[in-house]
Design a protein around this ligand. Structure first.
Ligand code: SF4
Ligand code: SF4
Length: 441
């Protein structure tokens, strides 16, 4: 149980090089606190907090130790004994209330300049307090708001709290769960995902009021809050009109396949849903297991369900890449997609098949980008050091575009490239490049 194989996989250990920066040391600390051999000191809490929860140690562990579950339990213990702190507690409370979050997001978009200062190149804004983190401007309209206005021919169904796209032409149907980052910060990624699903002859159902998957609460020790959100999502998924076939001639005009896949463009959200059976109350366990079995990353879904749609020779004429040939793309493996779900080949195959695209691998595409959800907010220096290496690896490929399958990685890499003086490198979600090949850009 103490082999230390997790050291080589851990991005924090690579930077800090101390025993308590890696899974083995953190597990020893948790064990000591549980046994009563050590108090839960601020130093212990800091050690538990200084973890990206990237799951690389879990993937590398030859003994199959569920480091992710143990460290989340350690943080839960710390939160129970010492609280979350004012900033985290309020931020996590907002995530539990989608209506409050929606209003806060709309207000935040209008008052953006108060909290953020614009960077010289105009595309990224620097958070004033705490300083150091850069973000794109919060859009005035969220992903679902844009669909609700009829983009891509979307139709709202208030009865089932859904928005339906591609109703008449669809042979099959999928459920697309956007997650908070796509919904509030990167609506263009959500629209690109829907667009490529439509191109793959899918009808798409989207929650009209997306609820957080629960990950930010779970990883920060608020297990009860994460459970509440998981059960809310399962309740939405379980209702007639989402899981069950719609009646003939209804306004959505389509029949759902049983069971419709639940497609994600955010691997952290997908991982969260896959973990629902271990999170929810007893009465939801069966539904959670059934839902977890339907979770699929969009790159895997497109590769399996729509082979030949994206760039097969017979269809290449339909996929002119805007801007002409010569785009060189490098691909970053998100930890929660590559390490946690083992998905590496599918996004690469999709990208390689695009006409005019050359895929050029970076030195260590599976190295963490340093995002880790809220990790970058509270460990700015460590996140910068890890992310700086990623920016260097990307720049050394000479690629004009870096693709990735995770919205959090996308934001982090955009920031790191900017800080490295490499803002000319475009950072895109894989589905954005697929959508661009449909004539989106
Ligand atoms: S989850 Fe990632 S950052 Fe945390 S200990 Fe494991 S490998 Fe290190
Ligand atoms: S967590 Fe796994 S890889 Fe790390 S020391 Fe323990 S047994 Fe070895």
């Amino acid at each position: 149980m103490r082999c230390g194989f997790c050291q080589a996989a851990c991005p924090v250990y690579r930077e800090e090089g101390t025993e308590f920066s890696v899974a083995r040391g953190k597990l020893i600390l948790i064990e000591a606190v549980l046994d009563g051999r050590s108090p839960l000191t601020p130093a212990v809490r800091d050690a538990l907090d200084a973890c990206l929860l990237c799951k690389s140690c879990r993937a590398a562990c030859p003994s199959g130790v569920r480091t992710d579950l143990i460290m989340a339990a350690g943080r839960e213990m710390a939160a129970e004994r010492h609280g979350l702190g004012v900033v985290k507690a309020n931020a996590l409370a907002a995530l539990r209330r989608p209506k409050v979050l929606g209003v806060a997001s709309a207000i935040g978009a209008r008052l953006w300049g108060l909290a953020f200062a614009r960077e010289a190149d105009g595309n990224l804004w620097r958070l004033r307090v705490p300083p150091g983190n850069l973000y794109p401007r919060l859009p005035a309209l969220s992903f679902v708001s844009r669909l609700a206005r009829g983009e891509l021919g979307a139709v709202a169904d208030p009865e089932s709290a859904t928005i339906v796209v591609g109703r008449s032409a669809a042979a099959k149907t999928v459920i697309f769960f956007p997650g908070c980052l796509v919904h509030y910060m990167l609506p263009e990624v959500g629209l690109a995902a829907v667009k490529v699903l439509l191109a793959a002859r899918m009808g798409v159902i989207v929650p009209a009021r997306p609820t957080c998957c629960g990950t930010p609460l779970y990883v920060n020790g608020d297990r009860a809050g994460a459970t509440e959100l998981a059960e809310t999502n399962l309740a939405w998924l379980s209702q007639p009109g989402v899981t069950l076939s719609l009646s003939a001639g209804d306004k959505a005009g389509m029949v759902l396949e049983e069971p419709a896949p639940v497609v994600f463009a955010c691997p952290s959200c997908a991982e969260s849903w896959r973990g629902y059976p271990e999170l929810v109350g007893e009465r939801w366990v069966t539904a959670a297991k059934e839902a977890a079995g339907r979770v699929v990353d969009i790159s895997v879904f497109l590769s399996k369900a729509a082979p030949g749609t994206f760039g097969e020779p017979a269809r290449r004429d339909e996929w002119p890449v805007a801007g002409g040939p010569g785009r060189t793309v490098t691909y970053h493996d998100p930890c929660h997609l590559a390490q946690a779900q083992g998905v590496r080949s599918e996004p690469r195959a999709l990208l390689k098949a695009l006409p005019g695209v050359t895929l050029k691998e970076m030195a260590d595409p599976g190295a963490c980008c340093g995002s880790g959800g809220t990790f970058g907010l509270f460990h700015v220096d460590l996140s910068r050091r890890i992310g700086g290496k990623k920016a260097k690896d990307i720049a050394e490929t000479g690629a004009d575009t870096v693709a990735t399958g995770c919205p959090a990685c996308l934001l982090q890499i955009r920031q790191e490239l900017h800080l490295a003086g490499q803002s000319q490198v475009a950072v895109r979600h894989t589905v954005e490049l697929l959508a661009a090949a449909l004539g989106d850009e």
